[in-house]
Design a protein around this ligand. Structure first.
Ligand code: CTP
Ligand code: MG
Length: 214
């Protein structure tokens, strides 16, 4: 089946600080978003890449990525995904955060393979630290951290977004599909996929990307 990668890069990066939104900050010689773009554009199973950008960020995106397919996003990540979905032509879509610059090809392979028998698939990593809620330890079994790219049969994701109540942002795409009764497969994630959220995360991402591309 044909596959589109949808990279969401329309956020403001407020927690990361900096002069530009984090997806345009330079990491290992390239704007952050250009790393994920290259990973999907270079993967043999990906037929098309669409990048969702903020209104007014056209010049920034062109500087970072050259002539690529862009769509203007919305005020929340969910709205940005919904707007991007309208431009997707594939039968399958991989929704990915631009803020996760390093995307191992093996994770893309695992997510796509899982879609042969599920409506959605997401990479997860087991939680290593002890967790507490209000100071009381929460058992770790069954808990995992969710990463992107999350993969979908495009009809399942479109259906989830179409009926979603405006203002309900307390979930992610795979969760939306699951809430509508769709099947969501879990596949092994990768620490390389950790997100750049706070200022210190740039140095960590730089170290990961540099290690892998040297
Ligand atoms: N995103 C988006 N549209 C939005 C909000 C977020 O496309 N309205 C994207 C971001 O660009 C990012 C991804 O969703 O690639 C994950 O979001 P997050 O890490 O929260 O990024 P920001 O929202 O930009 O950062 P912050 O929450 O610190 O402002
Ligand atoms: Mg955000």
């Amino acid at each position: 089946p044909s596959t589109t990668a949808l990279i969401v890069a329309a956020g403001s990066g407020s927690r990361a600080g900096g002069a530009l939104p984090k997806q345009y900050a330079m990491v290992a010689g390239k704007p952050l978003v250009a790393h994920a773009y290259a990973a999907f554009a270079g993967h043999p199973a990906v037929d098309e890449v669409v990048v969702v950008i903020a209104a007014g960020a056209e010049a920034l995106a062109a500087d970072a990525l050259g002539a690529v397919r862009t769509v203007v996003g919305g005020a929340t990540r969910r709205e940005s995904v919904a707007r991007g979905l309208a431009a997707v032509t594939g039968e399958r879509v991989l929704v990915h955060d631009a803020a996760r610059p390093f995307v191992p090809a093996a994770v893309i392979d695992r997510v796509l393979a899982a879609l042969d028998s599920a409506d959605a698939a997401m990479p997860v990593l087991a939680v290593a630290d002890t967790l507490v809620r209000d100071g009381a330890v929460v058992p770790r079994d069954g808990l995992a951290r969710v990463q992107t790219p999350q993969g979908f049969r495009v009809d399942a994701l479109r259906a989830a977004h179409a009926g979603w109540p405006a203002g309900d942002e307390a979930t992610d795409d795979a969760q939306m599909v699951r809430r509508l009764g769709g099947s969501v497969a879990l596949v092994q994630g990768d620490a390389m996929l950790d997100k750049v959220t706070h200022p210190d995360d740039f140095a960590a991402a730089e170290a990961r990307v540099t290690r892998e591309t040297r």
